[in-house]
Design a protein around this ligand. Structure first.
Ligand code: RNT
Ligand code: ZN
Length: 428
């Protein structure tokens, strides 16, 4: 059943009154939300496969499970799926590409990739009004097969990956120049050991040295910004990850880099929401990989969890929207992949809206006054304020489906397009 626009507007009018009685400017919240661009990760569309030819089995700390039909197999299929997903998400958003997603037209090794292989994406982005972000791909490659890349003991292998990193910065700068805003180029390096290392020190020295070499030439910050992403452990790197939090925190502070915090990359009871205001004391900007860890997995589809809400609250309460780039990072092959994008991205935006609808100043004043009773009371009442009515209105006024109406569109697309594809790749 489709939602009736008249009812949505009526519910919104009542909800607005409720929020305004708390001193919240609802129109301003919606205006702010409209300007936020989420960096949507391309890799949910094809199970982190890429377009380098035969899709390789993942590894290097990453795993995709599920074999839901309809995986995008080509660049055209991925673009079509992305356009479908964007049509279900209110607002204008970015696309986060990995280097393995270029249009190579034949074998091109990672150290030889160049802007020409991404010209198609740059043109597509320009036509669609979608700005691009970028990531070098330090996994799914024979030279990463033993679990080490930039910190490898072998100089030749390190050199290969340094060249890849340099090539990726050049590509990211070209993307930023074309779109007129910086392309965030995020470095995640899987290197690590399954079992207890005898030498934790040397790989870290080598990783810092390789990164310094990659970043040696300064690039215009209005074209590209380098980000570095840590991880506590991965599958196959349970005992030691070279690029740990302390490693990259220190690296980002000393080299003035953007720090990337992935919500699934810490101890299972540790949250990134509390880290935002701490690290922003010392690094200029943050990139978030909004994700959801579940036990050993760090990449479940983002749902409307307490931690998602806390992340968005921190961004709003700390007035950090200008310094935090919100990206997504999850991959689930057990459900429709366009639906996964729609669910995760809509949730991120919905949580951001919830944070924007808080009476932030009032809560902070109560805290300054030492009135913790009222602070707790108001925070708890906020949880059942009519967020849904404002969100529905935002979707309606943005021209995207309201409530679960988007699911019907995905079902139709699945029947007409995705189910006609066959998949050669079998995930776990
Ligand atoms: C891996 C990191 C990284 C990847 C992508 C594909 O644990 O989170 O961000 O998910 O680069
Ligand atoms: Zn990540």
């Amino acid at each position: 059943m489709m939602s009736k626009p008249g009812n949505i507007e009526a519910a919104f009018a009542l909800a607005r009154e409720r929020f305004e009685s708390l001193g919240v400017d609802v129109e301003r919240a919606l205006e702010t939300l409209r300007k936020v661009q989420i960096s949507v990760h391309c890799w949910q569309g094809d199970d982190v496969g890429g377009f380098e030819g035969e899709a390789r089995a993942l590894g290097d700390g990453l795993a995709v499970t599920g074999n839901y039909p309809g995986r995008a197999r080509t660049v055209d299929e991925l673009r079509s799926d992305l356009e479908m997903a964007y049509s279900l998400i209110p607002g204008r958003h970015r696309l986060n590409l990995h280097a393995m997603y270029g249009e190579f037209g034949g074998p091109v090794d990672r150290n030889e990739i160049d802007v020409e292989h991404f010209q198609g994406w740059i043109d597509w982005g320009r036509q669609r009004g979608v700005s691009l972000d970028f990531n070098p791909t330090f996994f799914s490659h024979p030279k990463a097969a033993d679990g080490f890349t930039l910190s490898h003991a072998d100089r030749g292998i390190r050199q290969f990956w340094v060249e890849h990193g340099i090539a990726c910065r050049r590509i990211a700068a070209a993307m930023g120049a074309a779109q007129g805003n910086p392309c965030i180029d995020n470095f995640w390096v899987p290197d690590g050991y399954k079992d207890t290392p005898a030498d934790r020190r040397s790989p870290r020295l080598r990783l810092a040295e390789s990164l310094d070499e990659i970043f040696r030439d300064a690039l215009p910050p209005d074209q590209t910004l380098d980000a570095v992403e840590c991880k506590l452990f991965g599958i196959g790197s349970e005992s030691y990850v070279v690029g740990s939090h302390e490693f990259y925190m220190g690296y980002a502070v000393s080299r003035n880099k953007v720090l990337c915090l992935d919500a699934g990359h810490f101890h299972p009871t540790e949250v990134i929401s509390d880290k935002i205001s701490a690290v922003l004391m010392y690094v200029p900007e943050l990139l978030l990989h909004v994700s959801r860890g579940v036990r050993w997995d760090s990449d479940h589809v983002v749902t409307f969890t307490d931690e998602l809400q806390a992340i968005m609250q921190e961004i709003v309460r700390g007035d950090y929207l200008g310094r935090v780039h919100i990206g997504l990072d999850f991959f689930d092959a057990s459900i429709n992949r366009v639906a996964a994008w729609a669910i995760g991205t809509r949730n991120a935006l919905k949580a951001l809206l919830a944070a924007l609808l808080e009476p932030t100043e009032r809560l902070q004043q109560l805290e300054r006054d030492g009135d913790f009773t009222a602070r707790l009371a108001l925070m708890e009442e906020q949880k059942t304020m009519p967020l849904g009515a404002v969100w529905d209105y935002y979707c309606l006024s943005s021209g995207v489906p309201v409530g679960a109406d988007w699911l019907q569109r995905v079902r139709e697309y699945e029947q007409a397009v995705q189910l006609n594809r066959s998949s050669a790749v079998q995930n776990v």
